[in-house]
Ligand binder design. Sequence first.
Ligand code: ATP
Ligand code: MG
Length: 243
Amino acid sequence: MMIEVDGLTKKFGKDGEAVLENISFSLNAGDSLAVIGPSGCGKTTLLAIMAGLIPATAGTVHIQGNRSRPGKTSIILQDYGLFPWKTLAENMALGMKIQNMPADVRAAKTKALLSELNLAPFAHFYPVQLSGGQKQRVAIARAIATEPDILLMDEPFSSLDAITREHLQTVMKDMWRKNRLTFAIVTHSVEEAVFLGRFILVLSNRPARIRAMMDNPHVGMENFRLSDTYFNKIKAVRKVLES
Ligand SMILES: Nc1ncnc2c1ncn2[C@@H]1O[C@H](COP(=O)(O)OP(=O)(O)OP(=O)(O)O)[C@@H](O)[C@H]1O
Ligand SMILES: [Mg+2]
């Protein structure tokens, strides 16, 4: 097991109402998790606790790293978090710089990711000169470059148009397959959850409890978006959401 979330409960403030209630699940290295549930139910809170940004009221999150170090998380929030006075390439290298990666390693990784994400022609552009989809790709590249054990993304594609969004979902899927990433994505889109989640965690209204942890073994297969398997899984998730 690479990630183990056990009995997670969260209350804000001493006498606050619960936001998360007894959330438990586990994932193996290389799994992807899509988290879906009603607005305000506690999805961002769950991700923030997994990233170690806020403490849980009860329960534990265990992320196992490579070798004997504890697991490293990287989280992408919705506003991309790019610095306006740094170029695309500089923004991309920022996480690696913070981690003191050697300059030659940084340069090699930046080059590889620029080409993998089709951003090479824009390397010297500043964020104001980039589209939303390009900025989102920089944010993803910056996080991946630091080689986190798990990448956490909170509605990363929600502000993009449908075509860019589907394109980035495919980019994400390809990177996942190629690099054996482990990631969790919060989304409001059932289609996105089914396209990207090896497992789909369906949460209830606040306080979020687990309604279902759905298996999605065919995720990532060729032409998945056009397959009956994909449509049937979408229907199955909708059924749980509407029940
Ligand atoms: N720092 C905080 N202090 C008090 N309450 C908070 C805090 N952060 C979140 N909450 C409350 O916790 C609940 C869950 O918030 P959260 O942001 O996790 O929901 P969400 O599922 O991500 O919603 P959305 O889908 O709209 O992004 C909300 O009712 C929110 O008001
Ligand atoms: Mg949220």
